[in-house]
Write a protein that binds this ligand. Structure first.
Ligand SMILES: Cc1cc2nc3c(=O)[nH]c(=O)nc-3n(C[C@H](O)[C@H](O)[C@H](O)COP(=O)(O)O)c2cc1C
Length: 354
């Protein structure tokens, strides 16, 4: 059961993120060292309707294994049926149940984190699915509904009794959304409370964060979400830090632009979002995430808001890399002037982007 969680090498998971962790981004993060992947969540109703779009969310290839497909819903029988259908189509390594989504559209139908308020329904869903399918079933939870009802230590015990094979805990309540800090004391308490592996999640952004959480809690793996969205090299760098104690230098801007363009080209080739224009529109928020940490990031984001072709992004890259301080000025992410007026970025090579 989940062999990658039963070694000394604590796996680093790429977090499931709707609209982000699609086939292409999962592939890229796997290449950069993510040890395990989970698809964006899919609705069990969509799977049962054989809705093509829902089915596309679950796509992966052999190089992405181990990979889990994440399901949400509130009807235990439908969810179990949906899990079986996914296994028939794709044979993922595990099915992950979403008990953490805070979004009203999901919660109002009793899905996602709303099940944290209804433990009898949560256990019914978990045990029905775990009994129905021949592969491991895992769950992803938040620490509770709100600060007055933090019940993750109780929930993980219930899930373990239901036959759940591992649990990821995002250390925030549903009410917190993505604000405040993840509560790692509760994650640590949960990891002590059960024998099955617990994967810790929330605010991990570096190898030092990974090391701290592994030292201070009994989690068996870590999951990284938003940090990977803006800096997918976080997996590779974290692994390097764990092995050597050294934090690698940040990836230079030229390489980041190469990566951005590679991602765009792969996304167009993969065709999930349709023609080039629609792919670019769908990926604007992704481009904005990549601009975090780049000098003059704010200026970049203003322009990424409007791009609709790869050629435009290529032009932006060439402009940026040839005259960063002149063209972009300073920015919230650091002054481009730090390289000196009109100087090219260290290691820049526009030809390599062509
Ligand atoms: C854009 C976005 C989409 C998300 N979609 C999902 C999802 O589909 N399923 C899920 O379990 N969590 C989802 N999450 C939550 C993340 O998996 C993760 O728990 C959260 O971002 C905290 O981890 P981090 O601090 O490393 O980002 C999403 C988060 C973001 C930012």
């Amino acid at each position: 059961m989940l062999p990658w969680l039963h070694t000394d090498h604590a796996p680093l998971y790429l977090a499931p993120m709707a609209g982000v962790t699609d086939f292409v981004f999962r592939k890229l993060c796997r290449e950069l060292g993510a040890d395990a992947l989970v698809t964006e969540f899919v609705s069990s109703e969509g799977i049962l309707r054989r809705d093509d779009r829902t089915r596309k969310y679950t796509e992966f290839d052999e190089a992405q294994r181990p990979v889990g497909v994440q399901l949400f819903g509130a009807d235990a029988v439908n969810m179990a049926e949906a899990a079986k259908k996914i296994i028939d189509w794709k044979q993922p390594d595990f099915i992950d149940i979403n008990f953490g989504c805070p979004v009203n559209k999901v919660v109002s139908k009793n899905g996602g984190s709303s099940l944290l308020r209804d433990c009898p329904l949560l256990t019914q869903v978990a045990s029905t699915i775990a009994k129905a399918v021949p592969i491991p079933v895992t769950a992803k939870i938040r620490i509770g509904w709100d600060e007055n009802s933090i019940n993750a230590p109780e929930v993980v015990r219930l899930l373990e009794d239901c036959g759940i094979a591992a649990i990821t805990i995002h250390g925030r309540t549903r009410s917190q959304g993505y604000t405040g800090l993840a509560n790692w004391d509760v994650i640590g308490e949960c990891a002590e409370a059960v024998k099955i592996p617990v994967i810790g999640n929330g605010d991990i952004a570096s190898g030092a964060d990974v090391q701290k959480r592994l030292r201070e809690t009994k989690v068996k793996g870590l999951m990284i979400g938003r940090a990977a969205m803006s800096y997918p090299w976080v997996f590779r760098d974290a692994r390097h830090f764990l092995a050597t104690g050294e934090q690698p230098a940040p990836v230079p801007a030229v390489q980041r632009w190469e990566f951005i363009l590679h991602h765009l080209r792969l996304a167009i080739e993969h065709g999930r979002y349709g023609a080039e224009k629609f792919t670019l529109q769908s990926m604007r928020s992704r481009l904005m995430a990549y601009s975090k940490g780049l000098p003059a990031g704010r200026r970049l984001r203003e322009r990424f808001c409007h791009v609709s072709s790869v050629a435009e992004v290529e032009d932006m890259a060439a402009e940026y890399l040839s005259h960063p301080s002149l063209l972009w000025g300073g920015g919230e992410d650091g002054a481009a002037g730090a390289w000196g007026e009109g100087e090219a970025l260290p290691g820049s090579s526009i030809e390599r982007l062509a």
